[in-house]
Write a protein of this length. Structure first.
Lengths: 184, 184
């Protein structure tokens, strides 16, 4: 389905991240695209869940809609035969990662994914570093703490550091390899 | 995020499938919900991809949007440690299933999923029957035929018949079990 070119273009230019530094989702999407192209992994960002209230059927455009709260994590797909699911979290605090960043139904979902043999994690951007923070570590922290945030030193200690690569984007699959090695 | 209750309710009642018989997606969603609740599988329908043109930031409602063409299949998740992805297709012809139902990038995507060790298939509703039609059979047919549709007898022969269950919905996971057994 096509939307008139000029409107589409206006929207696109308004989300041109190049002009405002690196957006976490943008550099993850870049890597996902690279991995699909090079046949390394098949991982996509899920579309944002939208509730549609009103549609103009004459040209199939949405006239009214609202954003729904996601009940799963943002990215999922397959890597080396494994089900992979994760969420991207930009953390602006330098001292700790607030758990309010993650909805309760996302925690439930993550628990199920891990139970069924999938690989679940967060990609956290914090203090100009990028980490894969394992779902198992996240659940362990939540279950054994009453704290409302994860101190940065725990993220540094348990997290798997991943790096931005100019040609790939945020090259997180190397961190997933480390995670898979730990599991075996 | 909440949308005023009355508008939400109006929209919901307009998609009350109970009044017009069984909609394929509806009975698959029912089963997905059942499988998640009973901890059998974690499979969800992906949100419909929407391009957002205009947002009212005062109440975070979408004022203009358009439907994007999906480049992956509609459902994905994990079952018995395996990555699973499929699409639901209602076929109104009684004699053959038109391949125009599947976009070219969906075929490419399916090919990748299978290559990476995932389970990919279609759920086809045809002649009041429901079938799991394996991705491998679909790709084989496409690669070895110039035909633009799959004759019903091939769907009957190669498809794995699945049944509607009043308490579960379309109980497709039994068909996935058959498929997994064939793979081993």
């Amino acid at each position: 389905m096509n939307y008139p070119g000029n409107i589409k273009k206006t929207y696109k230019s308004s989300i041109n991240y190049k002009n405002r530094g690196m957006d976490l989702e943008e550099i993850i999407n870049e890597a996902c695209k690279y991995y699909v192209e090079k046949d390394i992994a098949v991982i996509y960002k899920k579309p944002t869940p939208i509730g549609i209230v009103d549609v103009d059927y004459s040209n199939m455009t949405i006239k009214k809609g609202y954003f729904k709260e996601p009940s799963t994590l943002d990215y999922n797909g397959i890597y080396k035969g494994k089900y992979v699911e994760f969420d991207a979290k930009e953390c602006h605090s330098t001292t700790s990662f607030p758990l309010s960043n993650i909805h309760e139904h996302q925690i439930k979902h993550l628990t199920k994914i891990i139970k069924h043999g999938g690989i679940g994690f967060l990609i956290i951007s914090m203090n100009s570093n990028y980490y894969i923070f394992k779902g198992t570590d996240l659940l362990e922290f939540i279950n054994n703490n009453s704290r409302k945030s994860i101190p940065y030193n725990i993220i540094e200690e348990k997290g798997i550091k991943i790096l931005y690569n100019y040609n790939i984007g945020l090259d997180y699959i190397k961190g997933v390899d480390t995670l898979l090695k730990e599991l075996n």
